[in-house]
Design a protein around this ligand. Structure first.
Ligand code: ADP
Ligand code: MG
Length: 708
């Protein structure tokens, strides 16, 4: 893979998409009728004929081979949250002259059959019926992945079981995109747009991450096994000076970002914005928004590429939601909007939102959707790492609410109170008071950073998703709940004798019924917790509690109504949450036990011995050993506490491990193992502040965060 010299000039236009089998490349390489068939399916859906599939496969293979590819893979998103791939080479039987002719058929392009038994399926499929199929997602372009294994042609696919159940995160997402498109079309038709044939959800995910020196990372078993520090005393400095956010980017980090951008551009990912984030050694990358399924694929590519490029630079990229205890963790802001193929963003209020009835209806529908299915949204952002973030004064609270901003909130208020809105607040001019600075037009609304679901001008920003998580679940949930709202509204409005009047009444009704979900204050405050409770908004604190949202009668009815998930699929997904949670906490507990027994305790014992020897020597010399004795007693007491806590954790995690997978086990891990882990961390972190730094067995927060 190319190492770029610091001074090498990069021509973005030339390299962009060079590793992607783009529509442009298909146009060049495919016969016109086949190209038309493929691009038509991308636009409107449908199935590729067998003959064309063979031609596309051949062209794709030729392009890949010209670019050094030796293998291809069906690239998919199993329920582990990361992507999976099984490589097959283009090698075929040599002919009778011993020559190898590389081949790739339409059948191989369209369908793959990885052994599905080792992926989580939540009991959907027993191991003896391990058949699972990957099916080409023709709307997401194939690309070349280049690493130590060589160049691999990656074909984005969906992954389903023999009986058609979704075994991945892609299939439900694609189903939800079709559902929201179909229902949104009914809405725009009511407003006279009869030309639109498709409504597409667009997604722009902002990705936060930490960088750490790789050599130091490798010395921390907790980072290696759990992706986060399970021990560690705070450094003298955290993020309190706010000097890292948007700060100048350090050389080593800059080199990483440059390399990362280049790799992403080649892969057709529009890496756009980069900056330092709030915590030391924390950064963010945002691409330009695109169609939801492609954004999901690209977000996976971004995460993978971050890891790979970091390694090349002697760094490690931490995507865990909470790598360090005392500073902010990382999330992913999922920006979401809906656009018709006639070019209208349904979330664009225009200059006079009060007069934009279609927008007001869409807004009212979204508020209804979020209020009615807050538990599902919360669930869609739950993962093990995010447990330490949500509600921790640095990320949105676990309570779902919507921030609309001053302008829209005022319009909503007028509508509820008087049934009509005749004006709206405008931003006006920003007067700087400096004659050489241009006065600029202000936005109508300031930002709110604490809201989980914020309207930001022409899109909603769902801010709960964890940094390591796939954004597929969140977008599946958003698309589906909004599809339902649109469907309910269209069912009523299509039948109305007087559309205008009915629409007006419906907007007012939805707004009045769901106004409780609107909140523009400080989402981190205690007062909000109380207020939310008064409003009856759910506050689902943990991932384990959130999981059952998948299988309530309300959710099953919703997902089955739009063909997104069957009850069986939902039940299996709930099971998987419990399984993943229990397994993850078990790994964390085992890692802590190992570190305590094999690293911390031996180091402290050694330090204790030096102290004891010193006490004896000082006494023998006839001096006062009180000071050293005092340290020795403190260290000894903490060591005893540590040992007790390790034994306790060993006992409790053995109990947990012995239980069978399921909700009860996950609850046990949460309520018993997690607190036992905290009990072990406390004395070890105190010891870290007492023991001779040269004897401490692992890099500390200071070393990890400030020496990148
Ligand atoms: P912020 O100021 O919120 O940090 P960023 O520039 O970091 O903003 O990220 C905003 C993200 O929102 C980008 O990925 C951007 O492409 C995306 N975005 C902008 N407009 C839309 C839209 N209409 N629909 C979906 N995403 C959008
Ligand atoms: Mg940003």
């Amino acid at each position: 893979m190319s190492e770029i010299a610091a001074n090498e000039n990069v021509n973005i236009e030339e390299i962009f998409g060079s590793k992607v089998f783009t529509l442009g490349k298909m146009k060049e390489r495919l016969p016109e009728d086949v190209y038309k068939e493929v691009s038509g399916i991308m636009q409107k859906g449908g199935e590729l004929s067998k003959k064309s599939a063979d031609i596309v496969a051949g062209a794709m293979k030729d392009w890949a081979v010209e670019n050094g590819a030796t293998h291809y893979t069906h690239w998919f998103h199993p329920l582990t949250g990361i992507t999976a791939e099984k490589h097959d080479s283009f090698v075929t039987h040599p002919d009778n002259m011993g020559r190898m002719i590389m081949e790739f058929s339409g059948k191989e392009l369209i369908k793959g059959e990885p052994d599905a038994s080792s992926f989580p399926s939540g009991g959907l499929r027993a191991t003896f019926e391990a058949r699972g199929y990957t099916v080409w997602d023709i709307t997401s372009p194939a690309f070349l992945k280049e690493d130590a294994t060589g160049v691999i042609l990656c074909i984005p696919t969906a992954f389903c079981s023999y009986t058609g159940e979704a075994l991945d995160k892609k299939t439900p997402l694609l189903r939800s995109m079709e559902a929201v498109s179909e229902q949104a079309l009914r809405i725009v038709k009511l407003f006279g747009d009869t030309n639109a044939t498709k409504v597409t959800p667009s997604v722009g995910p902002e990705q936060e991450y930490f960088l750490v020196d790789r050599a130091k990372y490798l010395k921390r078993p907790d980072m290696v096994f759990a992706g986060r520090t399970l021990f560690g005393a705070p450094a003298p400095k955290g993020q309190e000076m706010d000097d890292h956010y948007f700060g100048a980017i350090r050389e080593r980090v800059g080199a990483f970002m440059k390399d990362l951008n280049l790799e992403l551009w080649k892969l057709g990912v529009t890496a756009k914005t980069q900056h330092n984030e709030v915590a030391p050694a924390q950064h963010e990358l945002a691409p330009i928004y695109e169609t939801a399924n492609i954004a999901v694929d690209h977000n996976q590519i971004i995460m993978e590429t971050m890891k790979k490029v970091a390694e090349r630079r002697g760094l490690h990229c931490l995507l865990n939601e909470k790598p360090y205890n005392c500073v902010n963790g990382s999330g992913k802001h999922n920006n979401w909007s809906l656009t018709t193929d006639t070019g209208v963003n349904l979330l664009d209020p225009g200059y006079t939102p009060e007069a934009n009835v279609q927008f007001l209806l869409v807004l009212a529908c979204i508020l209804k959707a979020v209020d009615e299915h807050a538990d599902l949204l919360r669930q869609s952002a739950a993962n093990v790492g995010n447990e330490h973030r949500l509600g921790a004064d640095e990320a949105p609270p676990a309570i779902i609410s919507v921030f609309l901003g001053e302008q829209l909130e005022d319009v909503v208020k007028q509508l509820i109170e008087t049934g009509s809105a005749d004006h709206s607040i405008h931003g006006g001019k920003l007067v700087t008071g400096v004659s050489t600075l241009t006065d600029i037009e202000k936005d109508a609304t300031d930002r709110n950073r604490t809201s989980p679901f914020a309207f930001t001008g022409n899109k909603f920003e769902f801010r709960m998703v964890g940094s390591s998580d796939s954004i597929a679940d969140a977008n599946t949930a958003i698309n589906t709940i909004v599809a339902e709202s649109f469907c309910d509204a269209a069912d009523i409005l299509e039948k109305a004798d007087n559309f205008e009047l009915a629409c007006h009444d419906l907007i007012k009704k939805y707004l009045a019924e769901h106004v409780r979900i609107i909140f523009s204050g400080d989402g981190y405050s205690e007062a909000w917790l109380e207020e939310a409770e008064k409003r009856g908004l759910p506050n689902i604190r943990t991932m384990v509690d959130a999981a059952s949202a998948l299988t309530t009668d309300k959710s099953v009815a919703l997902f089955e109504r739009f063909g997104i998930y069957t009850r069986v699929e939902l039940e299996s997904r709930e099971e998987i949450v419990y399984e993943i949670y229990s397994k993850s906490i078990n790994i964390e507990a085992k890692t802590m036990i190992g570190m305590a027994r094999k690293l911390y305790i031996p180091a402290v014992v050694k330090y204790e011995r030096t102290l004891a020897e010193t006490v004896n020597n000082v006494k023998a010399a006839g001096a006062d050993a009180a000071a050293v004795s005092k340290i020795l007693s403190e260290v000894s007491a903490l060591l005893a506490q540590t040992l007790d806590a390790v034994e306790n954790l060993e006992k409790i995690s053995a109990e947990a491990k012995a239980m069978s997978f399921g909700k009860a086990q996950a609850v046990f891990y949460r309520d018993n193992v997690v607190p036992a882990m905290a009990l072990l961390r406390t004395p070890v972190d105190k010891l870290e502040t007492l023991v001779d730094k040269r004897m401490w067995p692992v890099p500390t927060y200071e070393d990890l965060m400030f020496e990148v």
